[in-house]
Design a protein around this ligand. Structure first.
Ligand code: SF4
Length: 466
């Protein structure tokens, strides 16, 4: 099995020269727009016309909710895949497809899976009932993967879905009931990862890693037995002195906090099940233990008002939030707040909406105004939380939080302006940034030649769970 982390047009062309896969598994999880998914799928289909193409991932579930059954079916028919696994627990269906070698003639009975028949028709799932594999079975056997394809920082999860039900979020709607792996499973997975040898940092993708709190403490005790640095999403209202100390001692190097608002009424409308005062107690603990964090805020959620923008600036400065980002509310039809359109007078969708207290144009203006306002907190733009990933990349190469802040400040001062390149190169900020970046060596991703090693060429696809 060959894993491709990132594929643009050039990478697909390159892969085409080197591989003739029996199956291509196409994940939509980080592709947030239907045209991008379609473009990627068409390119992959053209590159590998004889491969059996299976599509899955989070966005399929989101599109199904957003588009409704008829339009969703039209999309799938128009796209070029041979099978669509529309499920957060697609492992069983995927393994059955692989085991069939693609020769199922549309007769496989797989939950939540659309199959193309030999005459090109698409058959919808016969059932939606799917117990799925336990989180204690689906952990990654890292030491069975080609180490050449692994960077020194990897992603891991110990849970699927989320205990909370925030009304702006579609995750729990699409992923269903929360399912947790045990601390023993985490230990097994970390032992497997340790055998790889060169991996040193782990990013947990669990949406609420620290809830429930008792389980979280057990996970942290397991982490303390290994030398990995780790990063995660974090609900800071649950931070207490003892746990935060344990986190620090076990290698926690950075956290992402979805604070979303500094107004209690807006937090209530969001169903965040917390208050600003609870946030402040948690921030105090993180600051005391000097754990770096990035806080995200949403502007323009129903109930939000212009005056809250000033309160937000005051809040991020008062708490000297190391990094923050602000994004306008995204009115996704798949989220539960849209069940309350009448209550909040919500009209429109996505980034084109209005409601009783704001509209999307004003929210976008506030987003653009925010970066220049705080005196101390450092803005990092929010694009699918990838700026937190940039921070992790710096930390995992030994940079301190203050160095990363200084790099982000320089970037903010130089980027997005119509400045001639000569002026940028001569700017003191740019010179400082260059010195900082040259001071340490960044590990390169595994070289392409190794990633595309000949021994995986034409290798049969493994039907074993990873
Ligand atoms: S925003 Fe986070 S905590 Fe809230 S439901 Fe979504 S994943 Fe869970």
């Amino acid at each position: 099995m060959h894993h491709v982390n990132y594929a643009d047009r050039l990478v697909v062309d390159d892969l085409k020269q080197r591989f003739a896969p029996r199956f291509v598994l196409f994940s939509t999880t980080f592709l947030i727009e239907a045209p991008t998914i379609l473009d990627g799928l068409q390119r992959v289909r053209r590159a590998f016309p004889d491969a059996y193409l299976v599509m899955g991932g989070f966005m399929l579930g989101e599109l199904e909710r957003d588009l409704g059954p008829e339009r969703f079916a039209r999309f799938l028919k128009a796209w070029a895949a041979d099978a669509y696994v529309v499920s957060p627990m697609g492992e069983t269906a995927l393994l059955a497809l692989l085991a069939s070698g693609g020769e199922h003639q549309g007769r496989l009975d797989l939950p939540n899976t659309w199959l193309r028949t030999p005459d090109g028709q698409l058959t919808p799932p016969r059932s939606n009932h799917e117990p799925g594999l336990s989180m204690n079975e689906t952990w990654v056997r890292w030491d069975q993967l080609d180490p050449a394809g692994l960077y020194h920082t990897v992603h891991m999860r110990t849970a699927r879905s989320c205990k909370f039900k925030c009304s702006f979020c579609s995750l729990f709607v699409i992923e269903g009931e929360l399912s947790n792996a045990t601390p023993q499973t985490l230990r097994r997975e970390l032992e497997s990862l340790r055998k790889v040898g060169h991996v040193r940092s782990v990013i947990f993708t669990d949406d609420t890693f620290n809830v429930p709190q008792k389980r979280f403490k057990e996970l942290v005790r397991v982490l303390a037995d290994f030398d990995f640095e780790w990063y995660s999403f974090y609900r800071c209202q649950f931070a207490d002195n003892e746990t935060v100390r344990m986190m620090k001692d076990s290698g926690c190097k950075g956290l992402f906090l979805g604070l979303e608002s500094v107004d209690d009424q807006v937090l209530k409308n969001m169903n965040k099940a917390t208050t600003v005062a609870s946030y402040e107690r948690g921030l105090e603990q993180l600051r005391r233990m000097e754990i770096p964090f990035h806080a995200n805020f949403i502007v323009g959620f129903p109930g939000d008002r212009e005056q809250n923008a000033e309160r937000l600036v005051e809040f991020v400065d008062r708490w000297d939030i190391p990094f923050y980002s602000v994004s306008p509310w995204f009115c996704a039809p798949s989220t539960t707040i849209t069940d309350e359109r009448e209550k909040y007078a919500i009209e429109g969708n996505y980034y084109d909406w209005r409601h009783a207290t704001m509209d999307s144009s004003r929210a976008i203006e506030i987003e653009q105004w925010m970066p220049s306002q705080p005196k101390r907190a450092v803005y990092m733009s929010q694009l699918s939380t990838d700026q937190f990933w940039s921070q992790i990349l710096f930390y995992s190469h030994g940079y301190s939080m203050e160095e990363v802040r200084s790099a982000a400040r320089a970037f903010n001062r130089l980027a997005g302006r119509d400045t001639p390149s000569g002026a940028v190169f001569a700017a003191p900020d740019f010179q400082d940034l260059g010195r900082m970046l040259r001071a340490r060596e960044f590990a390169a991703p595994a070289p392409k030649d190794r990633l595309l090693a000949d021994h995986v060429r034409r290798a049969p696809v493994s039907a074993q769970p990873q």
